[in-house]
Design a protein around this ligand. Structure first.
Ligand SMILES: *[C@@H]1O[C@H](CO)[C@@H](O)[C@H](O)[C@H]1NC(C)=O
Ligand SMILES: *[C@@H]1O[C@H](CO)[C@@H](O)[C@H](O)[C@H]1NC(C)=O
Ligand SMILES: *[C@@H]1O[C@H](CO)[C@@H](O)[C@H](O)[C@H]1NC(C)=O
Ligand SMILES: *[C@@H]1O[C@H](CO)[C@@H](O)[C@H](O)[C@H]1NC(C)=O
Ligand SMILES: CC(=O)N[C@H]1CO[C@H](CO)[C@@H](O)[C@@H]1O
Length: 402
């Protein structure tokens, strides 16, 4: 198959022996015991894409568009790529935005609690594995590979380091119930090992720690971290291998203004003539899924990923049509600052939405495994491949009342 098993550095058996009392324990003694034996994998693959062969998202925190655009380090990278001037987050606060970016919905989540998305909800890794595309997450200061705890503080200073709410795939039970999948959710120590060994995967999600991502600090600190992390990678052939990098923020800081997030596409996959340009098409965090689907001809999740615009330079190569927001209220009157009802909403519950099993976008169809689970519930589906996504002020119309 496409995966290399040579990189398995510990065995499943050793995990079973030393696993902490609970997989979510945050007691340092339990964490250190598990750290010594955690299963870590570095699967690789080389599946050609239409516009890039590797995709990397790096997410920062809570910064208004103009603040990020003015930071000298973010500017440095913006000048090397394409600025996305109309990329709008899906809600506040952080966790639902991360959840959305890999699963195609946030199921009403309106806070940052310990959340577990039900086993029968798929995420982008199901689509990638279906086509043999290797993936990995790199979370700065996560204490060990596959750690499921709520957070982890710096043991010397007591400051926040790693938080579960910024680790998108760990929120999905369909991921954490698989030891092989947990083994791909690593820290940035492992990133540098994988880089050195030329074992980086084709799809990556990178989250700096709570200091480095600007959450507990400022965009200035985030910019300094970004410069020291990414600048050396720009010339590293183990990283740049027809690679597309997305720099983005989970959400805008100010709740009373539209939730537009500063975002840049760069890397050696970006066509030279587009470097230094601005793309003002409407995107949101679901575009991160649809772009990857278009590039590798993946199936879809049948959720908001189906209708999301594909980043335009990629769309030009895949034949995807870019659409403009066409419904009322118009886009400039949509703030995306509250969540709609759902299974995770703290104020108003709504049923678990059923994916669209008959979705079709430029030849891409719903993943067969998703169809198998959900087909008999098709009448409960509210996703219809539209570009316009709901928010708290304009919730989705369910085919039944809640
Ligand atoms: C990163 O993860 C590895 C593998 O589980 C672990 O050995 C290492 O101690 C972790 N590094 C940090 C800084 O926590
Ligand atoms: C976060 O990462 C930075 C460097 O990337 C490191 O200096 C710092 O100690 C880490 N943790 C905290 C709590 O700042
Ligand atoms: C969302 O933004 C609108 C417009 O500024 C404002 O009226 C509303 O109070 C905001 N909602 C929240 C939850 O902050
Ligand atoms: C999906 O999982 C939820 C939560 O466990 C359950 O309520 C629902 O019936 C399941 N639906 C399908 C179609 O598997
Ligand atoms: C649409 C948008 O970007 N909204 C705001 C994000 O925050 C900055 C700074 O407050 C505003 O200038 C933007 O208008």
């Amino acid at each position: 198959m496409f995966f290399s098993t040579a990189a398995v550095v510990a065995t499943l058996a050793s995990v079973a022996v030393a696993a902490p009392a609970s997989p979510t324990a945050t007691d340092p003694a339990d964490v250190y015991a598990a750290q010594a034996t955690a299963l870590t994998q570095s699967p690789t693959s080389k599946v050609k894409g239409k516009a890039f062969d590797r995709y990397v998202s790096i997410w920062f925190e809570n910064t208004d568009y103009d603040m990020a655009a003015a930071d000298p380090n973010f500017k440095f990278f913006a000048e090397k790529g394409i600025i996305l001037s109309n990329n709008i987050a899906v809600t506040h606060p952080s966790e639902p935005n991360y959840m959305a970016a890999v699963g195609g919905d946030y199921f009403g989540l309106d806070g940052d609690p310990f959340t577990q998305v039900p086993q029968n909800v798929s995420s982008v890794v199901d689509l990638l594995e279906d086509k043999g595309i290797s993936w990995g997450l790199y979370q700065e200061d996560m204490p060990y590979t596959g750690y499921q705890g709520f957070d982890w503080v710096n043991q010397k200073t007591g400051q926040n380091d790693y938080v579960r709410k910024h680790n998108p795939e760990i929120l999905y039970n369909s991921v954490v119930t698989s030891p092989e999948r947990l083994a791909n959710i690593k820290n940035t120590t492992m990133f540098f090992e994988d880089l050195k060994a030329n074992k980086l995967p084709q799809w990556m999600f990178i989250t700096p720690n709570m200091t480095s991502d600007g959450h507990d600090t400022s965009v200035t600190v985030a910019g300094v971290w970004l410069k020291q992390f990414l600048a050396p990678l720009l010339d590293d052939p183990n990283f740049m291998d027809n690679t597309l990098v997305l720099l983005t923020f989970d959400e805008n800081e100010t709740y009373s203004i539209q939730n537009r997030v500063f975002s840049v596409l760069l890397g050696d996959a970006v066509p030279k003539e587009l470097v230094g340009t601005t793309d003002d098409n409407y995107y949101n965090h679901y575009s991160e899924i649809s772009t990857v689907e278009a590039n590798w001809d993946l199936h879809t999740l049948g959720r908001w990923d189906v209708g999301a615009n594909v980043f335009s330079y990629v769309a030009a190569k895949t034949g995807d049509r870019l659409r403009k927001w066409s419904t009322t209220p118009p886009l400039n009157e949509r703030y995306f600052n509250t969540s709609y009802p759902g299974i995770f909403n703290s104020k108003k519950w709504a049923p678990q939405p059923v994916p669209d099993c008959h979705s079709r976008r430029n030849g891409r169809t719903t993943l067969p495994a998703i169809k198998k689970t959900w087909e008999q519930e098709q009448d409960k589906n509210y996703y219809h491949g539209q570009l316009e996504i709901p928010d708290g002020a304009n919730p989705p119309v369910y085919p039944y009342t809640y």
